[in-house]
Design a protein. Structure first.
Lengths: 274, 281
């Protein structure tokens, strides 16, 4: 069930413009909740007790771990509600700069966070809370006998990469450059999940994705680590947004993400410590 | 429709009195929503034109990657239209002229790709024709043919989403066409196929042309099924809509320019076809 929901979401994201419209629509609807919640918060007793809803825009790769942390947050602070908007960091950044009201933004790359900070939409400097490393995803059992990044350049092996315009593609290119390798994939996919899907459906023999994606895919793919990935580690920054409707709750949520508990959950998903 | 869409041109007394009277007779409850609809359809396109980075447009136009994508788009959309014509017209004829059990159901199924989100269509194509697909694994094992990540795969994805437009359009025309011409031909000794070829086809040619243009336009703009089934590789499977989407990720201005190129080409082709084929349609 959860799987199918996730897949539908993924489909929506792929749908590009349509999805962007949907995202901004959902952002709008949560914004009205938000402002009313913020209002009741300030008119409340003034105690440190948190209430109302907090809206978090987060990179798609954070979906599993942030959903867990959101439930944890609601448990720790009864009366609060965390609503998430997961998507491509670029799309999220674009909707934030064009006015979509959110309290917290967690991006998959400093470049996408910079889009938001450049417009002065954040409070303070964004903090790196996790890092993500690349890994090769192969078919279960690794029939292509892939053991290094160089093996991906073998003839006859169908490899998919992310497009250079998205963070995972840029990172893959960096790793290939570090190993002085030239790789011609069969396709440059539009995001990391579609690259992974091609391997899950056995259409491609291997894909260069994140460790967290390999972990999330379970036994549908097999992960192969490669040393060049150390040269292309992605930092994930998190920041509170300026027009946050619920600043105290936003602060508390970021604190939870960066706490020992947050690191444990993110570590289990395959993220590296900052 | 034109009298609603362009009240200005209709009001101009081109052919004298009767026209003018018709323009005055346009009821307001039709005129107002009609004009709103026109504005609604044109406004986003106008916004594209207004915000287009005209300065960098020449650079975009001369970039090899854009030409490659544009060329691939035109070739694959035309090929997909060809496939749709060859297979779709006979299907439309079967649906309109024969009676078999479950015909209504088949007709509904034909329109399914219209409502299916194209990305889901792409996944469905992978499951059917992919290397590991229901049919695709035999194509791979027997003939060594794998369709995903190939230009042929792009044509298939585009034909999958575009063919229903053609089938529906041709079937509608067939139903409107008088079957007595065919019957007359067969009573005069023509076989049913000859009657179709010599009588029906010329009769429904405008409908076929209209359907083909619709299908071509749909194929040209196809994104979801293409990127899912055929992937994205410059020169092989990266059509214009894919290039536009990926440019949108980090350079929205480039995406706008690319869209304008696609828009200009499709308007030129459609306008050209309209004059040549579709007069009197």
């Amino acid at each position: 069930m959860i799987r199918s929901v996730r897949r539908t979401r993924r489909m929506l994201r792929l749908a590009g413009a349509g999805a962007a419209a949907l995202i901004s629509l959902s952002a709008c609807s949560s914004s009205s909740d938000d402002s009313s919640a913020g209002g009741s918060d300030t008119s409340g007793s003034g105690s440190p007790k948190l209430s109302g809803s907090v809206t978090v825009f987060a990179a798609a790769s954070l979906k599993e771990s942030f959903t867990t942390l959101g439930k944890e947050f609601e448990k720790q602070h009864p009366g609060t509600e965390v609503s998430f908007n997961f998507g491509g960091s670029d799309t999220l950044a674009a909707s934030i700069t064009s006015g979509a009201p959110a309290d917290v933004f967690a991006a998959a790359s400093p470049r996408t966070m910079a889009i938001v900070t450049d417009r002065k939409n954040t409070v303070g400097t964004p903090a790196t809370f996790v890092r993500n490393q690349l890994e090769i995803a192969t078919l279960p059992g690794n029939p292509g006998k892939v053991s290094s990044l160089k093996d991906l350049t073998k003839a006859g092996l169908k490899v998919v990469l992310c497009d250079k315009t998205v963070p995972c593609g840029a990172a893959a290119q960096k790793a290939l450059d570090a190993g002085r390798l030239k790789l011609t994939p069969v396709s440059y996919e539009q995001d990391v999940k579609s690259a992974l899907t091609k391997v899950e459906l056995k259409e491609a023999d291997a894909a260069v994705v994140y460790k967290t994606d390999v972990k999330a895919a379970g036994d549908k793919v097999q992960g192969v680590e490669f040393p060049e990935s150390a040269k292309a580690i992605n930092d994930y920054p998190i920041a509170r947004l300026k027009n946050a409707g619920n600043a105290p709750a936003a602060k508390a949520f970021i604190a939870l993400v960066r706490s020992a508990e947050g690191r444990r959950v993110l570590g289990e998903a395959g993220f590296l410590e900052p | 429709m034109t009298s609603l869409g362009k009240p200005g041109t209709v009001a101009r007394p081109r052919t004298g009195g009767p026209r003018r009277r018709r323009a005055r007779g346009v009821p307001l409850p039709l005129l107002v929503p009609g004009v709103v609809a026109l504005a609604f359809l044109l406004l986003p396109l106008l916004a594209l034109l207004v915000r287009a980075p005209w300065g960098s447009l020449p650079d975009q136009l001369t970039s090899a990657e854009v030409w490659q994508a544009l060329q691939l788009s035109l070739v694959t959309a035309t090929a997909a239209t060809g496939v749709s014509l060859v297979l779709g017209v006979p299907l439309a004829w079967l649906l309109a002229r024969t009676d078999f059990p479950g015909r209504r159901l088949v007709r509904a199924l034909v329109t399914l790709p219209l409502v299916l989100p194209p990305v889901v269509g792409g996944v469905a194509l992978l499951l059917a024709l992919g290397r590991n697909g229901v049919v695709g694994q035999w194509l791979d094992a027997w003939f060594g043919i794998t369709l995903p990540f190939t230009t042929a795969g792009v044509v298939i994805a585009e034909a999958f989403v575009a063919m229903p437009f053609l089938v529906i359009s041709v079937e509608g025309t067939l139903r409107a066409a008088d079957p007595r011409y065919e019957e007359a031909a067969t009573t005069l000794g023509a076989s049913r196929f000859t009657a179709f070829r010599r009588v029906t086809l010329p009769l429904i040619a405008p409908g076929v042309a209209a359907g083909a243009v619709l299908a071509w336009a749909r194929a040209l703009g196809e994104f979801g099924a293409t990127i899912t089934f055929a992937g994205n590789f410059p020169g092989r499977t990266q059509t214009m809509p894919l290039a536009v989407y990926l440019a949108l990720q980090n350079d929205p201005e480039a995406a706008i320019s690319l869209s304008l190129v696609l828009l200009a080409v499709s308007i030129a082709v459609l306008a050209g076809l309209r004059d040549r084929w579709m007069t009197g349609a």
